[in-house]
Ligand binder design. Structure first.
Ligand code: ATP
Length: 449
């Protein structure tokens, strides 16, 4: 494994210091597995979501979007198999009471309880060193709530454990309203909830997180081909802004595949704690639509006009965790560079992803400079995130913008009052160029595009 550029501890503190990510409910001591995205975090995440949406929805003639409810009829989760089988194996150390996810403790990608029990039987507790394990038990990850005022079994509902179920339940609505012919896809970005046994590794394993999923409905005979195409396309997309060497495919083993999966591959990223799943690409067969058809008693067959035949479409799914992608994007963009005797931290994000595109920095707080600088701000703000900052020395303000990845800084100095021009500094080269105020917006747009 390459030596990470930054440790997880450093990354967590950098993300907090620079306003990317805060611990949720921090003033109350936090809450396990939950994070809040700060002023720059929300920008970066929105930019990543927009990039994904453009790639998956706008670039394909046969993919459309959807935004379904987080809470659905509980029957959805019975049909999907989640109520019965969305489990993680759990084991406790009887000596120190520490709880582990059994497959993570055993360090195998398997859900087979016998296999996990055999491996764990040979291990001591990594926390206390003793050897006194409970049996492995299955723990259901769905988060429960109640609808309405009475908290009894008939009011139980679930926060969605994955976004795709809302796509399956709307398959027929989308097909009918868009007049789509197979193969067609439906994409959605949204929150998902899992009561993870051991949340950890910062944003990597949370209890509330965000998924970007695309479900392609296909003829069964076409599923393998469509699967191969999307698998390749998804990897190329990640490679378009993340370092190639930090990305790899991994095929799921027999004991690891979800109950519905005919074929399953992960795209893994090289996190500081090793190569781990960032996106899953699955051939789900006809599991989803046939189960929902059975449980709802609604026919979800597709009628193929050309052949005059009916069949249940198969589903090819791509599912990326936006928070894991967010983590990978920061890790990948993070650089420390020597400048003279100093080290500068610079986030080399492509402009499209940068939380702030342009910073307007008057050289000092003098009112006559502020006035002009505010006018410059107004002339370029509106279409993308522009920041105005007049506190601290100009050097410190440059460093601060470098650290959050701002591609361009615009300095308004005393000369600007006479020559009606400003200095534009490039984040990566640190080169500066004098640009007329009247041409500034056009100049910035062309640099950012
Ligand atoms: P893992 O094996 O790491 O638990 P998974 O195989 O259960 O993940 P999927 O059900 O395939 O994950 O979900 C699709 C994507 O959602 C994952 O590739 C990941 O990026 C993201 N994801 C899943 N669980 C979490 C989580 N607890 N926190 C953050 N992201 C997650």
């Amino acid at each position: 494994m390459n030596k990470p550029k930054i440790s997880m501890e450093e990354l967590v503190s950098y993300c907090k210091r620079r306003g990317f990510v805060f611990q949720a409910s921090e003033i109350y001591g936090g809450v396990a597995g939950m994070y809040d995205f700060g002023p720059y975090g929300v920008e970066l995440k929105n930019n990543l979501k927009r990039l994904w949406w453009k790639e998956v929805v706008y670039k394909n003639t046969n993919v459309v979007g959807l935004d379904s409810a987080i809470i659905q009829n509980p029957k959805v989760w019975q049909a999907s198999g989640h109520v019965e089988r969305f489990n993680d194996p759990m084991v406790d150390c009887k000596a120190c009471k520490k709880r582990f996810r059994a497959d993570k403790l055993a360090d195998v990608d398997s859900t087979d309880v016998k296999e996990l029990t055999d491996i764990i039987a040979k291990l001591d507790c990594p926390n206390c060193g003793k050897h006194d394990w409970t049996d492995i038990r299955q723990f259901n990850l769905l988060m429960k709530t109640f609808l309405g005022p009475v908290e009894d079994d008939s009011a139980v509902a679930y926060l969605r454990g994955e976004t795709c179920q809302g796509i399956y339940t709307n398959y027929d609505n989308v097909r009918e309203t868009t007049r789509a012919k197979l193969p067609f896809g439906v994409a959605q970005i949204g929150k998902a909830f899992r009561n993870e046994i051991t949340p950890g590794d910062f944003l990597f394993r949370q209890r509330e997180f965000e998924q970007a999923e695309m479900q392609m409905f296909v003829h069964p005979d076409e599923a393998s081909k469509v699967f191969a195409e999307w698998k390749q396309a998804r990897m190329e997309w990640h490679q378009s802004f993340l370092t190639k060497e930090n990305l790899r495919f991994r095929e799921h083993g027999e004991n690891e595949r979800a109950h519905y999966a005919k074929d399953a591959w992960d795209i893994e990223y090289n996190f500081p704690f090793g190569f781990k799943e960032m996106e899953g690409i699955h051939n789900r067969g006809d599991w989803d639509l046939s189960r929902h058809s059975k449980y709802s008693s609604k026919e979800l067959d597709y009628f193929d006009e050309a052949s005059g035949k009916k069949y249940i479409p198969w589903v090819v799914e791509t599912s990326v965790g936006m928070d894991r992608l967010f983590l990978a994007t920061i890790l990948d963009a993070y650089h420390e560079e020597k400048v003279g005797d100093e080290t500068r931290v610079v986030l080399k994000l492509k402009p499209e992803l940068a939380p702030v595109k342009v910073a307007i920095l008057p050289l000092s707080k003098k009112p006559e400079l502020s006035k002009v600088a505010q006018e410059v701000f107004a002339s370029v703000a509106g279409e993308y995130n522009v920041e105005y900052d007049e506190t601290q020395s100009i050097g410190k303000r440059y460093r601060r913008q470098d650290e959050i990845g701002t591609p361009l800084c615009v300095t308004v100095d005393f000369e600007s009052l006479d020559d009606k021009a400003v200095t534009v500094r490039d984040r990566d080269s640190m080169e500066q160029e004098r640009v007329k105020m009247s041409e500034l917006k056009e100049y910035l747009d062309s640099k950012l595009s």
